[in-house]
Design a binder for this molecule. Structure first.
Ligand SMILES: NC(=O)c1ccc[n+]([C@@H]2O[C@H](COP(=O)([O-])OP(=O)(O)OC[C@H]3O[C@@H](n4cnc5c(N)ncnc54)[C@H](OP(=O)(O)O)[C@@H]3O)[C@@H](O)[C@H]2O)c1
Length: 280
């Protein structure tokens, strides 16, 4: 589900690379809030595992549309998990660092108390519970600050702005783990083959602020643009965001991803090769 999204596209590729037979369903193919269509699809396909990358991901938009966001991120997620359970399939459900309030001041582990600040965070947390309640073979994979070539993301926003103005103003008081979607997708493809049920924190190694991330984007891509630090209050966004939402795993079977700087290097290389293919 959600195979047309930023993470979904890389998950399809990662699973195929491991030799799995994949049925990739985009939003146009299947709406996860349509229970009967979902049941029919899963009953017909009878998969061993379902990865639900479909989600409402407009964090600011969810503040004014919490019911709609919850319909997808909670009710839809639950419907997918039930349909999977009915054919004995595992469910892998991506979730978010925004289920935390950001006040811990150090990396969050799987067992830490949640406390979402935003409507999006509440809808994602509710989805985690709905999935876990209806399907005992669940893997809830929380990650953070995703970027991949299949979606609009912070790296593209920064490079676009740098092409238009000599300086950018970026928040320096929110810390997270910018995670390259192919790195997360490889971990997801690995996790669905096993039985390590429960919650997993899977995010890039290391943490930084959006300000540091922007600086690194311009350094690595050789683009001239001055980064100016702003506070969260200065750039008032609709949805409140956790100030510190770095994720680490306390699990003995934790999957360690490459660093966010390595993820950025690979992203810029993938982006460049995509451009030269288009030009050729
Ligand atoms: N992006 C991040 O920084 C981040 C961080 C942590 C965790 N996550 C989680 O990672 C997962 C994937 O996120 P992403 O960044 O890949 O998001 P994305 O690019 O927005 O992809 C989400 C996909 O879900 C589809 N979708 C929305 N409503 C649907 C519905 N009712 N039925 C079927 N498909 C539907 C969207 O299709 P349309 O575009 O056609 O609506 C889109 O293709 C989500 O669970 C998200 O919460 C994301």
């Amino acid at each position: 589900m959600g195979a047309g999204g930023m993470l979904g596209r890389d998950v399809v590729r990662a699973c195929e690379r491991r030799g799995a037979e994949v049925v990739a369903l985009t939003h146009a193919d299947l709406d996860i809030t349509d229970g009967p269509a979902l049941d029919a699809e899963i009953a017909a396909t009878r998969p061993d595992a379902v990865v639900n990358c479909a989600a409402w991901t407009d964090v600011d938009g969810a503040e004014d549309s919490e019911a709609e966001a919850t319909r997808v991120n909670n009710e839809g997620a639950g419907l997918v998990a039930v349909a999977a359970a009915e054919v004995g399939a595992k469910i892998l459900h991506p979730s978010s660092d925004y289920v935390f309030d950001g006040e811990k001041g150090e990396p969050y582990f799987e067992s830490d108390h949640t406390g979402p600040l935003s409507a999006y965070g509440r809808s994602k947390l509710a989805g985690e519970t709905s999935v876990a309640v209806v399907n005992s073979k669940h893997l809830v994979v929380r990650s953070s600050w995703l970027f991949g070539v299949a979606g609009g993301n912070f790296v593209e926003t920064m490079l676009h702005l740098a092409g238009q103005q000599p300086e950018v103003l970026v928040v320096s008081d929110q810390i997270g783990c910018p995670t390259y979607t192919p790195h997360l997708a490889a971990a997801i493809a690995q996790l669905i083959e096993g039985e390590a049920y429960g919650v997993h924190h899977v995010a890039a190694s290391g943490a930084c602020s959006w300000y540091e991330f922007a600086q690194e984007i311009f350094d690595q891509s050789g683009v001239e643009c001055r980064v100016m630090a702003a506070t969260t209050e200065m750039l008032a966004r609709k949805a409140p965001r956790p100030r510190y939402s770095a994720l680490e795993s306390e699990r003995p079977d934790a999957i360690t991803l490459p660093s966010w700087k390595e993820g950025l290097r690979e992203y810029l290389a993938e982006r460049e090769s995509g451009r030269s293919e288009v030009a050729a």
